[in-house]
Design a protein around this ligand. Structure first.
Ligand code: C2E
Ligand code: MG
Ligand code: MG
Length: 740
């Protein structure tokens, strides 16, 4: 898994516009396919309808031809001229010539009641009877049908009282082909119309007519049914893109085909619409492209601003490193992906040592610059393989997937070295180290908060163990952390449960006379016994409990020592109290309540508390001095000592740290240092006292250096107020008795 994977802009765009483009072009393609399908359907339906129309049209054509013949043959006069007494002139005029001239019947033949030839005409001209030979075969096949119908009709009788009869014509058609010409041959029985003249016998003559299916007929037919390019073709040849009906002889054999080009309304419509349609499609495509391009620009902007917002939400503004939120997200994903036997995950907690000092002494700008430099060094050291996040303050976390433990060890060591290197800043050279805590996770089912807590616990182990080191988390450490938490809760409770008390350690002059005491806090834990201030004071500082605790000390010391008129009393105040806005007011109030004289009290501050330019610290010190308190610089020589500090805060006394007193031996080096300190104090007109004096030898050497005041086990152990009062010859104060 790429620890730094970010959202892929191209992929997101494709995901958005892919479907839009696909839908647009897919829609267009569908439109084209659909319109093609419709065009084809239109054409097919039109062709089917046309087929039916032409078939009916041809049948109708036949019946119209039949009607024409019947008009001339079913007639009383025709009975007279053909049946009663054959009148060739009449037949010429009314049948042969008439049918040819007005209706294009090329052949006309008349057969008598016994089917003997009576008359033949070709193209309206009477001809020899032998002309009938061509049509005889088909005529003889039609005649039996006519005769059967004649028998079925029965004899014709005049209707009594009526001067007409109604007899439907008896006719039969056939298609024949002769010498390349297709004919419609019709046999028509001669019948009366009004019935004034009736046939002589039960059988009447029969008229045979033939009409060629010629250009004239085709022209008229196609004109009537609006057929394009109507032709009479060989029925066995089927021409592409043409439709036809087959004309068959009596046996059903196809003789010819009426073939035409079907009308294609769909195709015609498409031809008409194709350019506007094509234009529309192109415009639509263009529009889709335009919309996509505009959309892309807008989406790009959105993605950019979203990316920016995401970056803001997920990155630390000072270092641009991932922040806590992003760390949690990635950590959660990495932990969820953990498999038994897979690669391991290291959560490395990196906390700067002494960062607060830099921040407090040189200000926030120096702190910011320091953090930025450390971030850059972490980046350089860890490379791309790891995820580096800043949790806030001076705390960083590095996530690393690894296979070999040596990788984590190596990286941790490199981080230690990289961070410890001196940093050149506009505030001068800065030096910080860092403490590392590493939690190695090699099994599934670990929650991010738990993994981070483990690394944190290990990191605190590094801090407790002297800083600038790496500690790998082990389950027992968790117990230690829990103990620390419970201690914090107990300390909170101790503020009210009477387990805190004050002791006072004498400070003596060169003659061993007690001139002052230092008030020291003691905590008698109900279960764990005495807990040294070296443990609980830093804990109180970390948790903020130092403010109520400090107030407790002030109240208790002022009340217990109010009556010690000749003794100066030293009170320890931590840097955090001094940086608190209302501190001077708290001291003023407590002093007023106890009714003490501030000039008898000395506030002990450490050097680091006074370094830097914190305005609150400065105003608190000023206020204390105005009230009459004096100021002692505690543990002198162990912190950042600065002459300007001594002058700026007009410190009254320095307390040479115990470590220098311990170092007083025959080598003479310790004495040189103490000597320098005493001379410095003298030149600045400050008092000097040495702390932690345990032996007479130390006292003598200090004396030799010019030190005249001492505090230590040699001259007095820290002890209760009553004990001090007795030592100094005061009656124990009433208030103290009451407090028990
Ligand atoms: P500190 O202010 O430097 O106090 C002197 C410490 O040295 C005391 O330790 C004292 O018992 C110890 N000491 C005195 N003489 C000797 C000696 O001859 N040999 C040795 N080895 N030690 C000696 P303690 O009481 O454990 O206090 C430790 C630190 O806790 C103090 O150092 C002070 O910084 C802090 N502290 C104690 N009480 C208070 C308090 O009421 N308020 C605040 N803010 N800090 C306090
Ligand atoms: Mg002190
Ligand atoms: Mg001290």
């Amino acid at each position: 898994m790429n620890l730094l994977a970010d959202s892929n802009r191209d992929w997101r765009r494709a995901r958005l516009f892919g479907p839009i483009l696909a839908m647009t072009f897919g829609g267009l393609a569908l439109l084209v396919v659909l319109s093609n399908f419709l065009v084809q359907r239109f054409d097919i339906v039109a062709a089917e309808q046309e087929q039916v129309l032409v078939e009916h049209g041809f049948a109708r054509q036949l019946s119209e031809l039949n009607a024409v013949v019947a008009t001339q043959v079913d007639w009383d006069d025709a009975i007279a001229a053909l049946d009663h007494k054959f009148d060739a002139e009449w037949v010429d005029f009314n049948v042969g010539n008439y049918l040819y001239t007005f209706n294009g019947f090329s052949h006309t033949f008349v057969l008598d009641r016994d089917e003997r030839m009576l008359y033949a005409a070709v193209k309206g001209e009477r001809r020899a009877l032998g002309e009938f030979a061509k049509f005889e075969t088909v005529a003889r096949r039609l005649i039996p049908t006519i005769r059967r119908a004649e028998v079925a009709r029965g004899p014709i009788r005049p209707r009594p009282g009526k001067n007409n009869i109604v007899i439907p014509p008896i006719q039969k058609n056939a298609i024949v082909q002769m010498e390349g010409t297709t004919y419609i041959v019709t046999a028509t029985l001669v019948q009366p119309d009004f019935g004034k003249i009736l046939p002589k016998g039960p059988r009447a003559p029969i008229v045979i007519t033939a009409k060629p299916v010629d250009a004239a007929m085709l022209g008229a037919f196609s004109g009537r049914y609006l057929l394009d390019n109507l032709l009479l073709l060989d029925p066995t040849i089927l021409l592409e893109g043409r439709q036809q009906i087959v004309l068959r002889n009596l046996d059903g054999t196809g003789l010819a085909a009426l073939s035409w080009e079907p009308r294609q309304p769909g195709t015609a419509l498409r031809r008409q619409l194709q350019w506007p349609l094509l234009g529309g499609i192109v415009m639509l495509g263009f529009l889709a492209l335009l919309v996509t391009r505009r959309g892309k620009a807008i989406v790009n902007e959105l993605i950019t601003s979203e990316t920016r917002a995401r970056h803001l939400a997920y990155h630390d503004q000072l270092t641009q490193l991932p922040n806590r939120a992003l760390l949690f997200e990635r950590l959660r994903a990495l932990l969820a992906a953990r498999r038994v036997g897979g690669s391991k995950l290291a959560v490395i907690c990196v906390d700067l040592d002494r960062f607060k000092e830099v921040n407090d002494t040189l200000g926030h700008h120096a702190g910011d610059e320091l953090i930025q430099t450390v971030a850059a060094r972490l980046r350089e050291t860890c490379g791309d393989a790891a995820l580096i996040a800043r949790l806030g303050g001076d705390e960083f976390v590095v996530l690393l997937e690894f296979a070999e433990d040596a990788q984590v060890r190596g990286l941790s060591e490199r981080i230690l070295v990289a961070v410890a290197e001196r940093i050149e800043s506009e505030f001068g050279w800065l030096e910080v180290g860092c403490s590392l805590g590493v939690a190695v996770i090699d099994h599934p089912g670990v929650e991010p908060t738990e993994a981070l807590r483990w690394a944190d616990v290990a990191m605190y182990r590094s801090k407790d163990g002297g800083r600038s080191r790496v500690t790998f988390f082990e389950p027992e450490m968790d117990d230690a952390l829990r103990a620390r938490r419970s201690l914090e809760a107990d300390l909170r409770a101790a503020l009210g449960d009477g387990s805190l008390r004050m002791v006072y350690q004498p400070q003596v002059d060169r003659n061993g006379q007690i001139t002052a005491v230092e008030a020291l806090l003691r905590w008698d834990h109900p279960r764990r016994g005495a807990i040294p201030p070296g443990i609980f004071v830093p804990l109180a500082e970390e948790t903020g409990l130092i403010l109520p605790l400090g107030e407790f000390v002030l109240r208790r010391v002022f009340t217990e020592t109010a009556g010690w008129s000749d003794l100066r009393v030293g009170i320890n105040v931590s840097a955090m109290q001094l940086r608190s806005q209302g501190f001077a007011a708290v001291v003023t109030r407590q002093a007023a309540q106890a009714g003490i004289d501030p000039t008898r009290y000395e506030i002990e501050l450490t050097e680091t508390a006074l370094l830097g330019d914190d305005p609150v610290t400065a105003s608190n010190v000023e206020a204390l001095k105005r009230l009459g308190f004096s100021i002692a610089l505690d543990d002198f020589g162990t912190g950042y000592s600065s002459l300007s500090v001594l002058q700026r805060f007009s410190v009254n006394r320095i307390k040479i740290d115990r470590s220098f007193v311990c170092a007083l031996d025959d080598s003479g080096e310790g004495e040189a240092l103490v000597d320098a300190m005493v001379k410095l104090a003298r030149s600045l007109n400050l008092s000097v006292i040495a702390e932690g004096v345990e032996t007479e030898d130390q006292r003598k050497r200090l004396m030799a250096c010019g030190c005249r005041e001492f505090q230590g086990y040699l001259t007095g152990m820290p002890q209760g107020a009553d004990s001090i009062a007795a030592l100094a010859g005061y009656a124990a104060s009433e208030q103290v008795r009451k407090q028990g």
